[in-house]
Design a protein around this ligand. Structure first.
Ligand code: PLP
Length: 431
């Protein structure tokens, strides 16, 4: 561990919560350099939906490298890119009746968001973009302006502009439809909201604490966008690629975004890769206007194409994810009822599930206790109050049960020492 203390920047975050040196990984397991095995309910923060070192992808990748396939290709046409585009069109877009142009951006989620916001602004000739409370879209300046979290925003060093924040679904309580507010302010020339180019939204806010927008709210949001001529952007970087049970997280809502961002699990192997999907008429880019050296990660194209063929050629995988998600939801509900003193709640959709422990200190202690028992699990939300279960979608039923058992043991252990839970303070028995 000495070398990390010596020269790695203070900016480290996950490494602080899980302080060991990882060496090897297979599907839902990781091993540290001392041979200790951990179940991984973090899964690269949603990047390893198909598990660590998925053997199908590994085989294709090794063959491709062995045959001297193109590894880096800027935005040159390559066989690997053609194969990815063909698979994406035939297995993902066409069966869903979706007609979109694919833009390869720099390989991070934040770069795809930057590109999406640029397109919207340029096409509409307006600067302002509507964003939501607790939204997370990345930490480069444009995306950071759309991100809500103060910890991240405070690091910007310049003013963050060009966005206007509105309350997300249920932010003002279950009974209030916040899209009505958006509709009203957009209709009022004196509301103080300059006419926006677009709305950007996550269907399930991952970093924001697994806040799930209802299908009805998403449909209403789309309707308001159409009514006031705003582009509708869905950031599906964390909730997409199967996490919700469908390839796109918004399929259940039956909406049709104008622009979609994808990254994280798109490559399937943890290889950096991001795209923007846009309606053909929005593709008004001039050559190279949004460029980047690493737009052509051909190794990622190979694994992404394999993932699409193997997991998305029929409904089998989607059904499995939904069934496991249902099991997770039930188990978490039982845990909440047993240990939560009426304060804990479950949240999530598909295999994007978590427990709101209403207090960050408590959730942090649960994550630490789980790690000591061999489970890697992180927290999210404004105060890190939500314990977030983001295991690989390919996890076996046995491993899933085992992971949830460990989580339950950790919660039981931490909660035995708790006298009273308040959002702002937990009263512990001993300390
Ligand atoms: C919804 C969403 N958008 C964008 C991003 C930013 O992606 P990246 O960290 O790859 O820049 C994230 C990362 O967590 C995310 O969850």
């Amino acid at each position: 561990m000495k070398i990390f203390k010596e020269i790695e920047s203070e900016v480290q975050s996950y490494a602080r919560a899980f302080p060991c040196v990882f060496e090897r990984a297979e599907n839902a397991y990781m091993w540290d350099s001392e041979g200790t095995r951990y179940l991984d309910f973090l899964a690269g923060a949603g990047t390893l939906n198909y598990g660590h070192n998925n053997p199908l992808f590994k085989k294709r990748l090794l063959e491709y490298i062995e045959n001297d396939g193109i590894a880096h290709g800027l935005d040159l046409h390559t066989r690997a890119k053609a194969d990815f585009l063909k698979a994406f069109k035939e297995k993902i877009l066409d069966p869903r009746g979706m007609e979109y142009v694919v833009q390869f951006t720099g390989p991070t989620g934040t770069n795809a968001v930057e590109a999406a916001m640029k397109i919207a602004r340029n096409v509409k000739g307006e600067q302002n973009i509507v964003t939501f409370t607790n939204g997370f879209h990345g930490v480069s300046l444009g995306s950071l302006a759309a991100t809500g979290n103060a910890h991240h925003r405070d690091a910007a060093g310049v003013s963050l502009s060009g966005t206007h924040r509105l309350p997300y679904d249920k932010y003002l309580g279950d009974q209030i439809d916040t899209t009505e507010y958006l509709d009203k302010v957009l209709a009022d020339s004196s509301s103080g909201i300059n006419s926006p180019a677009a709305v950007i939204v996550e269907t399930i806010q991952g970093e924001g604490g697994i806040n799930v927008a209802s299908a009805e709210w998403l449909r209403n949001l789309q309707a308001v966008c159409r009514k006031h001529d705003l582009l509708f952007i869905v950031d599906d970087i964390q909730a997409g690629c199967g996490r919700s049970g469908d390839f796109f997280s918004f399929e259940e809502a039956g909406i049709e975004p104008d622009i979609i961002t994808l990254s994280k699990s798109l490559s399937g192997y943890g290889l950096p890769f991001a795209v923007v999907l846009m309606k053909p008429e929005l593709d008004q880019w001039k050559p190279g206007e949004h460029n980047g050296t690493f737009r052509g990660n051909n190794l990622a194209f190979v694994t992404a194409e394999t993932a699409i063929h193997h997991y998305w050629s029929d409904e089998t995988f989607s059904r499995q994810v939904k069934a496991k998600g249902h099991y997770m939801q039930q188990r978490l509900q039982q845990i909440v009822e047993k240990y939560g003193e009426g304060s804990f709640t479950t949240r999530g959709r598909g295999m994007f599930q978590g427990i709101n422990c209403i207090n960050g200190e408590l959730a942090g202690k649960i994550s630490t206790a789980a790690f000591a028992k061999g489970l890697i699990i992180e927290t999210s939300g404004a105060d890190d109050q939500v314990v977030k279960c983001l295991c690989p979608l390919t996890i076996s039923q046995d491993e899933l049960t085992r992971g949830l058992n460990i989580l339950e043991e950790a919660i039981a252990e931490v909660c035995t020492n708790v006298k009273h839970i308040q959002p702002e303070k937990v009263y512990f028995l001993a300390s």
